[in-house]
Design a protein around this ligand. Structure first.
Ligand SMILES: [Zn+2]
Length: 291
């Protein structure tokens, strides 16, 4: 299973989930909005990496990553039940389970602490000694905020807010100095990405390995999507007639590209024009998660 499996959902489903998420945050009065100072961001082309990252962030926020629970609900043929195949503990592979599965190489607290050191190492390597000083002034506070109880996720620490991608307002109040705010934000993004790299991406590799062992192929996980594609194919029948003479394989390739574009358009519409051409990391904390 690869990253692009996130692209499965239809726009409507995502919209519905966003509405629910929005209500949730409104209800709990979480400050996830802010003013966007456009001039601080570098305009740049929207790379495929950034597109993938946006997709992950949104799916993750909505708890709609392609876990076995999600795939089972989507009635993917090859998925017989929603149980986690990594730990074999007979537990459902829900979004929550992914982060605490026994098969993970490290637990959440460990990853937070190690990430801070790694971030410092990264700053050092890039000759950013002033930023290292800033980080050292704030690293304990960052860990403390993350390890304290969340006010919105009952019984859980704020790490779980970060896992979803919710930037807690308390990080904004650690300092009034602009440069320090920037380092805190960069550190937040660094840890967020470490969770993705050390848990989610490793999970996907491992699940793909295990699926291969039991004979599940990548295309088996796309069965449902194919049906949707066929439906769309009919909608664009007229266009296809014109292309009749084109090589069949070429056609298939074109269709794939076209679907990909639809997905990108749908997703980008969700994110809104505000974020276009901006690196998602720069604006994620400020991005109103309301549409
Ligand atoms: Zn597990």
């Amino acid at each position: 299973m690869d990253d692009t499996n996130y692209l499965d959902s239809s726009g409507d489903k995502i919209q519905a989930s966003i509405n629910i998420t929005t209500q949730f945050y409104h209800y709990h009065d979480v400050n996830i909005n802010g003013k966007i100072n456009r001039t601080t961001f570098n305009k740049r082309q929207c790379s495929s990496e950034d597109t993938k990252e946006r997709s992950y962030r949104i799916k993750n926020l909505l708890k709609d990553l392609p876990t076995y629970e999600t795939l089972y609900k989507r009635e993917i043929d090859a998925i017989e039940n929603s149980m986690c195949i990594r730990c074999g503990k007979n537990e459902e592979e829900t979004w929550d389970h992914v982060w605490i599965c026994n098969d993970n190489e490290a637990n959440l607290d460990e990853i937070v602490r190690e990430s801070i050191s790694k971030f410092e190492e990264y700053l050092n390597k890039n000759g950013r000694s002033e930023d290292v000083t800033i980080l050292r002034d704030h690293n304990i506070n960052i860990v403390t905020i993350l390890e304290e109880r969340s006010n919105i996720l009952l019984g859980k620490s704020r790490i779980w807010e970060m896992l979803r991608g919710v930037f807690n307002d308390r990080f904004n109040h650690l300092t009034k100095v602009k440069e320090e705010k920037a380092i805190i934000k960069e550190c937040w993004n660094f840890i967020y990405n470490e969770f993705k790299n050390r848990i989610w991406l490793i999970r996907c590799e491992e699940v793909a390995r295990l699926e291969k062992l039991i004979g599940i192929q990548k295309q088996d996980l796309r069965k449902k999507r194919r049906k949707e594609q066929d439906k769309r194919k009919e909608d664009f029948k007229d266009e296809n007639i014109e292309n009749k003479k084109t090589n069949k394989i070429d056609k298939k390739k074109q269709k794939k590209e076209f679907d990909k574009k639809i997905n990108i358009v749908t997703r980008d519409r969700l994110i809104g024009s505000v974020t276009d051409r901006n690196n998602i990391e720069n604006i994620w904390d400020l991005m109103p998660k309301i549409y």
